[in-house]
Write a protein that binds this ligand. Structure first.
Ligand code: UDP
Ligand code: MG
Length: 134
């Protein structure tokens, strides 16, 4: 077990649907701690960096439209094995695979509109915390 920091972002649909409180409660109840948090408005350049693995996909413009549709709540979350742990409570990316009891399984309305981002590796966590918190 290692204490880790991970980058978590509550996406525009989570903010617009008023689900931030529920999602943060799930993260805190699991034992993770909010180290820093801020509301930010994303733009296309930062999304091209953050979602560099998706810029070639035909649906990339729709991701940009979604992720710029309103503010997001950016957070640094800390705890034991927090990187993988947050991914587990988030639920799977594919809408049909996201299990009940996970954030996405309970609330996502599609593979796109899935409420939450969490870093998927220690390297990603470090780069994303730097990208969004400096
Ligand atoms: N996404 C999408 N369609 C797809 C795959 C991904 O709209 O077929 C969106 C979705 O919002 C997802 C984000 O792009 O959360 C980033 O995709 P990634 O594969 O990194 O999934 P995640 O790490 O968010 O589970
Ligand atoms: Mg990802």
């Amino acid at each position: 077990m290692t204490v880790e920091r991970t980058y978590v972002m509550l996406k525009p649909d989570c903010v617009q649907r008023g689900l931030c409180g529920d999602v943060i409660a799930r993260i805190e109840h699991k034992g993770y701690r909010i180290v820093d948090a801020k509301m930010i408005q994303l733009d296309e350049p930062i999304l091209r960096e953050h979602y560099a693995h998706l810029t070639d996909k035909p649906f990339f413009p729709e991701i940009v439209e979604y992720m710029t549709s309103g503010p997001v709540l950016a957070m640094i979350i800390e705890g034991e094995d927090a990187i993988q742990g947050v991914r587990i409570i988030m639920g799977k990316t594919k809408f049909e695979d996201a299990e009940a009891g996970t954030i996405r399984g309970d609330y996502a309305s599609s593979t796109r509109y899935n409420l939450i981002h969490g870093s998927d590796s220690p390297e990603a966590a470090e780069a994303e915390i730097k990208r969004f918190f400096g």
